[in-house]
Design a protein around this ligand. Structure first.
Ligand SMILES: *Cc1c(COP(=O)(O)O)cnc(C)c1O
Length: 451
């Protein structure tokens, strides 16, 4: 039997070696690493293997086959990098092995969760007396917020979704922006609204809803808005849209997976002005707050709507306070609130603002360098997202492929305004000026090779 203390100490050294090694390795695994990964034992053994050997095997074969998210040169999707304070807190959470479902299962999980969620609401300009809960990500946060919306708009016309379901229910009109995130459609499908029966609102070149000629809303209705388009970073004009929706009694849900964090910066807050007037919000901790996966947050203006949709009853599941399992789709759950608490305790209010602003500055400089090099930046770089075309779709695709083969940085493809483009997202505390210089140089090499 391996001594637990020495196992954890050895593992900590492996983890530190891995993180330090990211500075000198590529942002993606090499072909050699991917070939070695195929030797990771895939047959279930009859006999046991020592914990130290298991961890050694994982470190040796697994670490080189990781993408470099915690390094500063990974610009793919909108994937954050983990803050050291959050990583360390996450280790404690694993060692503590708490079930955050109910406060009697874990006083620390329940307490840290309440504090961190109150802090998140304050930073994001959401109602102080609202209710929030941790889920796996913005996808599930969207589904959770929209389930609360669905139940409440039908309750107002005398229909109880929880007990009667949706068969025979009055229809709900659902409005979404033409550039809503795919997970909003998935969430709408999951809660029985249908992915395709939504009414699309026209959007501008940044993918944000045009607040003119808006349709007349009547009957039970939900309007889905967005803070931070996943390509352009643009946010819907919340004030006029929420006013339009609320005049007709519609519920407004905001998908703000990363863009909502603009509200934490005095410099950027104007981009999401009015967002706090909505009824529910989805955001991520694992994107811009830079906590480890997974961490999503749903917030609802009136907490009773969350518990009405997500609560459960059973004699052995007591709880007279705020109970996570009665606010979320999951019962047993990780103590995500402890990790968010650590990240926020570490950064403080100014640290969160600085993290967000720094990412945006890096993105702006990268965008300017692309323009100076003669490439087309296709979006207004308002926050941390840059969408670049290198010419024809074919050339752009070739350049992205060359960048990925070069391996210094990693960024992926998208389609924007009907054209192939590279999407470059600066979402990590770890990215430095040198990393942006390295990215500009990597693009130049990739472009030279493509011509
Ligand atoms: C990332 C993202 C999502 C999905 O979030 P997950 O954390 O991956 O579930 C939803 N909406 C937007 C705008 C996003 O950027």
């Amino acid at each position: 039997m391996t001594d637990t203390r020495s196992l954890l100490a050895t593992t900590a050294v492996m983890a530190a070696d891995h993180l330090e090694g990211l500075a000198t390795r590529g942002a993606a695994p090499t072909d050699v690493a991917l070939a070695a990964l195929q030797t990771l034992p895939g047959e279930l053994a009859d006999d046991s293997l020592g914990a130290d050997q298991v961890v050694e095997e994982l470190h040796r074969l697994g670490a080189p086959a990781t993408m470099g998210l915690p390094g500063g040169r990974y610009f793919g999707f909108v994937n954050g990098g983990t803050l050291p304070a959050a990583l360390a807190a996450d280790w404690l959470v694993s060692a503590w092995d708490q079930n955050a479902a109910l406060s009697i299962m874990s006083p620390i999980a329940a307490h840290a969760e309440q504090i961190s969620l109150r802090w998140v609401r304050e930073l994001l300009g959401l109602p102080a007396d609202g209710e929030s809960a941790f889920v796996t990500g913005a996808s599930v946060a969207n589904a959770t917020g929209l389930a609360a919306a669905r139940d409440e708009v039908l309750r107002r016309v005398g229909w109880n979704v929880g007990s009667q379901g949706l068969f025979g229910a009055p229809p709900i009109a659902v409005y979404v922006g033409g550039e809503a995130h795919s997970t909003v459609h998935k969430a709408l499908g999951l809660i029985g609204m249908g992915r395709d029966r939504v009414l699309n609102l026209p959007v501008d070149a940044e993918g944000t809803i045009i607040p003119a000629d808006l349709p007349t809303i009547s009957g039970p209705s939900i309007v889905c808005l967005q803070a931070g388009n996943v390509n352009s970073g643009g946010s819907d004009p919340f004030a006029p849209l929420i006013e339009w929706a609320h005049e007709a009694g519609a519920w407004v849900h905001v998908d703000g997976a990363f863009g909502l964090w603009s509200a934490a910066s005095p410099q950027l807050r104007h981009l999401v002005a009015g967002v706090g007037e909505a009824d529910s919000w989805a955001t991520d901790g694992h994107k811009w707050l830079n906590v480890p996966y997974d961490s999503g947050i749903v917030t609802v203006r009136d907490g009773s709507h969350l518990s009405a949709a997500l609560g459960t009853q059973a004699a052995y599941l007591p709880g007279d306070g705020r109970e996570a399992m009665h606010l979320t789709p999951q019962s047993s759950q990780r103590a995500r609130g402890v990790v968010a608490w650590a990240a926020l305790r570490h950064l403080g209010r100014s640290g969160v603002a600085e993290l967000v602003e720094r990412c945006c500055r890096h993105a702006a400089r990268f965008g300017e360098s692309m323009t100076a090099a003669g490439h087309t930046v296709m979006n207004d770089v308002v926050i941390n997202q840059v969408v670049i075309s290198f010419g024809s779709d074919e050339t752009t695709t070739k350049v992205i492929s060359n960048i990925q083969t070069d391996g210094t940085i990693w960024a992926g493809p998208t389609v924007w305004q009907g054209k192939a483009a590279m999407r470059f997202s600066v979402s990590s505390w770890a990215t430095t000026d040198d990393d942006i210089d390295a990215a500009v140089a990597a693009v130049a090499r990739a472009v030279a090779q493509a011509s």
